[in-house]
Design a protein. Sequence first.
Length: 442
Amino acid sequence: MSKKSGIVDLSRRSLLRGAAAAGVAAIAGQAAAQTPVDELINAPRRGNWDDQFDAKASRTGTAIVSNTAMLSPTNLGNIQQAIAQYQVIVSNGGWPQVNTGAKLQLGVTDPAVQALRQRLMISGDLPQEAGMSNSFDSYVDGAVKRFQARHGLPEDGVLGEFSLKALNISADMRLNQLNVNLQRLQDVLSKPLEQRYIVVNIPAAYVEAVENDQVALRNTAIVGRISRPSPLVSSKVSDIILNPYWTAPRSIVEKDIVPLMQKDPTYLTRNAIRLIDGQGNEVSPESIDWFAPKAPNLMFRQDPGKINAMSSTKINFPSPDAVYMHDTPTQGLFNKLMRFESSGCVRIQNVRDVVVWALKNTPGWSRQEIERVIASRVNTPIKVSDDIGVHWVYLTAWSSKNGVVQFRDDIYEKDGDAQLALQTNIGQEQVAGSVEDDILPQ
């Protein structure tokens, strides 16, 4: 080991130890300071919660957003502080369940609002000065929106199905989730990260482009559904392909393309998918018996273009699972709450912004040149000059801003309790051919 490398490793170990020590100190200090639930609710400075509340979702969003990267070593201390807070909450009886037959939203008066107020006060979303009443006022509206933002839910202030289910997850279950994710974060940070990297948080279904421990871009993503989950990845970007070809995996050929061709012999032609044999020759679809016992041993390759399954862009990196990140022609899917719809690869909204960021130090690839090449529809591989990491992680709980704890559904049921997978049984299985990416266009 070189002297320089040794200094870097020592510095890193010191930082991780410091983060852990901060968390332990927080645990000891808060455990001593807090006792009954009333004291917890009424404490004027419980942690560092942001107490700026009103009914505007934009104010709410600002209160939880942090430019610190999700995988920053400083977040070890933040998540340990969160664990300390939740240990206090659990030791004092947790929070009440919110049970109501009415839809709770701004302007509603209902006895269940009192339990809602107490629930939100204990978790730090509602300030003590909001008081206790049956009225769903602007304070409660702002607190619900803050809670929704912390749980990756639409910030509409309405207690719909998922918001109510998330509210009623018990405090001890959330504490366990924090402990599980502390271990995951420690595992990821056991090796040094690159100065520039792209992280996909699978349960959150979003992407961060990170530079010098700060978030340069944060983009919505679509990740693998339960039956075809996205894997954990630690790799580096090898190249970016503008106007990529899409080659169908054998499993997709057998499960999806052959049945579609049996129903509609024009399917391949309509979707610009060509059949290529082992010598590189194109084979006519009409020459194939699509009802044969086995699918043809041919390459199924889709031409570049707007209907291509990867649309304008593919970001490559070495992976034993042969996954990648890419664009999509079906942009409307990014507006869905449940974005677990791919066959394992990750689709990125506004992926061209990520490409511009990744290629900013690669000579000759300005935004204008990237757009010009995409418009040409010519397949163009680009070798990336920078050392850019790729990390696909599974974090369902984290904190990157003091006092703001974020949770996401345990969509792949890895956290030890089925109740944490709120969306698991809704909308996950897709009809063959209805999803592009590693599946197909219609």
